[in-house]
Write a new protein. Structure first.
Lengths: 113, 113
């Protein structure tokens, strides 16, 4: 088991472009979370999946953000028409059932110019 | 009022001293409380969790919970320079049970040799 894997690790894009991040969770984990973290702040919840079902999406999340987890394995987070305010570290975490022990990936850092 | 509040620090302690990190939360329905450690440029990792009022010890770490005061703390005994990191308090969302964690902004700890 190699832990939670996220790609790409860094992404620099121009405002208005679309970006997609991928997360491969620990294989036996059925829950997958996306968080966003900016400098000096704690992780902010975005959305989470149990198996392939997206069970909750943050009310703060714009419609430009969409996430999927086909077949309950890897997940993708897409941001459409990026804005400078989207610049952040996007963290993926997985866990088994309702454990509070989240295993985080190394994150995908987004810079929007 | 933020859901989970922490003093951002930095909290500076000399090597060998006790570091005391504090956290308050607003949701009385929260049942589970976690401390994550995040080294600079790295992802958070779980170091302690506590569910019941009182103290829970694990090596040099002690978590303390007082649900009546909505207060949770982390004590680090015999602090080492390698303990220098940001400590994130996380609380389960009481409205949804164990579904997701809400993080504080973190307290930066600096342990000087």
């Amino acid at each position: 088991d190699t832990g939670v894997s996220q790609n790409p690790r860094h992404k620099i894009t121009k405002r208005g472009q679309n970006v997609t991040f991928r997360c491969d969770p620990i294989s036996e984990h059925n829950r997958l979370y996306w968080y966003r973290q900016t400098l000096g702040q704690g992780p902010e919840f975005l959305t989470y999946f149990q198996n392939e079902a997206q069970l909750e999406k943050s009310r703060l999340l714009s419609d430009r953000f969409s996430a999927e987890r086909p077949k309950g394995s890897f997940s993708t987070l897409e941001i459409q028409r990026t804005e400078q305010g989207d610049s952040a570290m996007y963290l993926c975490a997985s866990t088994f059932m309702s454990s509070g022990e989240l295993f985080f990936g190394e994150g995908s850092r987004l810079t929007v110019l | 009022q933020k859901e989970v509040e922490q003093n951002s620090g930095p909290l500076s302690v000399p090597e060998g001293a006790i570091a005391s990190l504090n956290c308050t939360y607003s949701d009385r329905g929260s049942q589970s409380f976690f401390w994550y450690r995040q080294y600079s440029g790295k992802s958070p990792e779980l170091i302690m969790f506590i569910y019941s009022n009182g103290d829970k010890e694990d090596g040099r770490f002690t978590a303390q919970l007082n649900k009546a005061s909505q207060y949770v703390s982390l004590l680090i005994r015999d602090s080492q320079p390698s303990d220098s990191a940001t400590y994130l308090c996380a609380v389960n969302d009481g409205r949804t049970g164990f579904q997701k964690l809400v993080f504080g902004t973190g307290t930066r700890l600096l342990v000087s040799p």
